[in-house]
Design a protein around this ligand. Structure first.
Ligand SMILES: Cc1cc2nc3c(=O)[nH]c(=O)nc-3n(C[C@H](O)[C@H](O)[C@H](O)COP(=O)(O)O)c2cc1C
Length: 360
């Protein structure tokens, strides 16, 4: 991608592009705050499986310890606040509140798509929260489709450095790109470009879906890449098809409602295909019980985005309150399942796990 502002004409154009990215983000945030954006057809699959209830857990609840490490940083629980915003002015408030709460409660934090910074470097200000969360893993974010539009290692490195991130999330969202105006729909050859970026970037790369889920085949391909991890971003939570339909008044996209891999199935398939990688279970994780199920299915961490959006528009305290309830739910769920640590959750045998099997 050429640097913005080389000539007056190009400057105006890139300025317009940055404006439209900011405008689009503003509309996404508005729709997510005001409308029902749950997946209209697919559920996560968490409701189809049960954690075993151990009548005699033989554990002291106060000894349940969910603390863990991500990228060498100690956290209070295996949880990440997933990428949401940046660019627009409300985004700055949201990112700051999320960062303060992430630091206060010891959870990882993902920033929203940072492409706008490549168009308008001054937009970096709305993403700069490193000083507010020095001790937790902070993830930069870019759409993987940008790798076909001139973004290479240099641009990715620039984004990471701009916010002093510990890692880079590359998001995959093919159907969303189809549904949004001016979306980027050339996904040819992206896997090889991811291989190149992950092999050369100075920080770890995580590939993340945004709510359509990583299917088993794709998980197999990701398993061969030098990436650090995969966030399955499964179907059953926020639907980005739904968001785009509402945001732009599209009434021609209902036929695609059935697309997506449910979160629970996506976790199982990704874990199998990527045995040595970090796997993050997300997409419709709404309670600590969901998170514990995600870990029992094979995820290393759980994550959520939408439930944290409203609190983040209010204050860091509001985000902390959400995280506190979630942490307590995770603790009690682990206790009831007879597990004292995240590692021991991997040995928990879920009831009805066949209900979420991949038909393929
Ligand atoms: C308001 C909002 C903005 C989002 N923006 C981004 C983004 O810029 N980049 C990205 O990778 N994912 C983005 N996401 C997707 C989330 O990171 C997450 O993958 C998805 O919403 C599924 O999780 P959930 O069901 O807990 O919301 C956004 C989600 C929300 C709610």
């Amino acid at each position: 991608m050429s640097p913005p502002g080389d000539s007056p004409g190009e400057g105006a154009e890139t300025g317009n592009r940055a404006d439209s990215l900011v405008q689009r983000k503003r509309e996404h945030v508005r729709v997510c705050l005001e409308e029902d954006v749950r997946h209209p057809v697919i559920s996560t699959g968490f409701e189809r499986i049960r954690l075993p209830y151990v009548s005699l857990p033989e554990i002291d609840l106060s000894d349940v310890d969910l603390s863990c490490v991500m990228l060498g940083k100690r956290l209070s629980m295996p949880f990440m606040i997933l990428s949401m915003t940046g660019g627009a002015s409300l985004s700055k408030t949201i990112n700051r509140n999320l960062a303060m709460a992430a630091q206060e409660r010891g959870v990882a934090l993902g920033l929203g798509s940072m492409r706008v910074i490549l168009e308008d470097p001054t937009a970096a200000d709305t993403f700069r929260v490193r000083n507010l969360c020095p001790d937790v893993p902070l993830w930069a974010n870019l759409g993987a489709a940008q790798l076909n539009l001139g973004c290479g290692v240099e641009e990715c490195e620039r984004l990471v450095q701009a916010v002093e991130a510990d890692g880079l999330c590359l998001h995959v969202n093919a159907l969303q790109e189809v549904a949004q105006p001016g979306g980027d729909t050339d996904w040819s050859g992206i896997i090889e470009k991811m291989r190149m970026i992950a092999g050369q970037l100075s920080v770890p790369v995580m590939v993340k879906e945004v709510g359509f889920g990583i299917d088993r085949n794709t998980a197999g391909k990701l398993g061969d890449l030098p990436i650090w991890g995969v966030d399955v971003g499964g179907a059953g939570g926020t639907s980005w098809l739904e968001v785009e339909k509402i945001a732009w008044g599209r009434d021609d996209l209902d036929a695609f409602d059935e697309f997506g891999t449910p979160t629970a199935r996506s976790i199982v398939g990704t874990r199998e295909a990527c045995p040595d990688k970090f796997v993050l279970g997300s997409g419709g994780v709404r309670t600590g019980v969901d998170a514990v199920k995600a870990l029992a299915l094979g995820a290393d961490f759980a994550g959520a985005a939408l439930p944290l959006l409203q609190p983040a528009t209010q204050s860091a305290d509001a985000v902390c309150r959400w995280l506190d309830r979630f942490h307590q739910e995770m603790k009690v769920a682990a206790f009831c399942a007879g597990a004292q640590t995240p590692a021991s959750l991997k040995d928990v045998r879920l009831e009805d796990q066949d209900a979420i099997k991949d038909p393929g």
